[in-house]
Design a protein around this ligand. Structure first.
Ligand SMILES: [Zn+2]
Length: 390
């Protein structure tokens, strides 16, 4: 079998689908009028808003099929429900049910996991503020999806990623410091020498907590190499006590000795709350792993909302094709079943967020770079506090 994973061909052919879709298609009436609109919404999430990503991969999966797709742009941050409690349609697919039923498992998987990671990444970036945060979490997840994880983390707000192939796809330099292994094999001082001898671009960072106390190791590393950019604390949880106070102490002792230029990077089991706390006590940069890479997926669901042009759906869902509008001034979100001009209660005209991405298999919009999508995400941060959830 080799490594236990599906190939891209198996995903595209529907082999990774839940079996009930396959069985449904086996006895499917060939003359059925099954022109439908299927809508993707989420009833709720652990966070009041979602940084939506994964659309590119869905379009890649479905292009060429006789389907039309409208969606909110990649990197749009939206609440699960609008101001009137209507679930926000993040994406709608129009076409014959038989032409995409088998793809539902893959479509949802592509956006649920990616959006979960992007949302968590946005939360970490909001906590880090201007201080850089690097995605370090691919080692805790299946390597086959490492590029998706780092991509989703980056566009969600991460300033860099550790994955080599991930960085190549994003179009940035991968970020890395040095492994504990090097200090274990060479001893700290030789390991630091070797690390600083590297030719590659990027910050000069020394990991200082392999054998010794953080304060004294930080002073030692800064004395030997006063021109380094960062010392990194990856203090094991068993030694941590109060990590925040430890960072403050290291900062104080470095400053006292004239090493104000040496910044402090922290890593090791950090989540958004830890980042906010550590930022407040002197940490300058963050390596964040599992809390982002294994973020809870967004439970997007896909439901038929129209059949043959007539609104029709199951219990618990709202029928009819819908469009998302947002007031770009106050970020009020409004879901409407008609396209037109809508006024916000603040007096501003609302903007149509929903975009037509595919018509009868033909992609209508240009691919956007990761950095452009990331800019879109960051530009929304100042206003999303109005998404309080319900
Ligand atoms: Zn408004």
């Amino acid at each position: 079998m080799g490594i236990n994973m599906a190939t891209e061909e198996q995903i595209r052919s529907g082999e990774t689908a839940d079996v009930y879709f396959k069985r449904t298609m086996e006895n499917y009436p060939p003359d059925l009028n099954d022109l439908v609109v299927s809508e993707i919404t989420v009833s709720g999430y652990t966070n009041p808003w979602i940084t939506f990503t994964g659309l590119h991969d869905v379009l890649e999966l479905l292009k060429g099929k006789p389907l039309s797709i409208q969606a909110v742009p990649e990197g749009t941050i939206l609440p699960c429900r609008d101001i009137m409690n209507i679930p926000v349609p993040f994406m709608s697919i129009t076409g014959r049910y038989r032409d995409f039923a088998i793809m539902e498992t893959a479509i949802l998987g592509l956006i649920c996991q990616s959006s979960g990671i992007s949302t968590q990444s946005s939360l970490v970036k909001l906590a880090a503020g201007d201080r850089p945060y690097i995605s370090f979490g691919i080692r805790r997840m299946h390597p086959a999806i490492s590029t998706m994880i780092d991509w989703a983390a980056y566009v969600g707000g991460a300033d860099g990623v550790s994955g080599t192939l991930s960085a190549e796809r994003i179009g940035i330099e991968a970020v890395g410091t040095m492994p504990h292994a090097l200090s274990i094999l060479l001893g700290d001082e030789r390991a630091w020498d070797v690390t600083l001898r590297k030719k590659s671009a990027g910050k000069r960072t020394l990991l200082i907590d392999t054998f010794n106390d953080e304060k004294f190791a930080a002073i030692n590393a800064s004395t030997l190499h006063p021109d380094i950019d960062y010392i990194r604390l990856d203090t094991p949880s068993s030694r941590r006590g109060n990590f925040c106070n430890l960072v403050t102490e290291v900062r104080w002792e470095l400053d006292l000795r004239g090493f104000k230029n040496v910044k402090i990077m922290v890593s090791g089991g950090l989540n958004a709350e830890d980042v906010a706390e550590l930022a407040s006590c002197g940490a300058d940069a963050f390596g964040v792993g599992t809390s982002v890479s294994s973020a809870k997926p967004v439970d997007f669901a896909m439901d038929i909302v129209e059949v043959g042009g007539i609104p029709k759906t199951k219990r618990g869902k709202l029928s009819g094709l819908k469009y998302v509008y947002r007031c770009e001034k106050c970020f009020t979100v409004n879901v409407s079943h008609v396209k037109g001009s809508i006024k916000c209660s603040c007096g501003n005209s609302m903007t149509l967020v929903t975009v037509s991405y595919m018509e009868n298999g033909k992609i209508l919009q240009k691919d956007e770079s990761a950095s452009k999508i990331r800019e879109r995400v960051l530009s929304q941060f100042p206003k999303i506090s109005s998404y309080t959830g319900r």
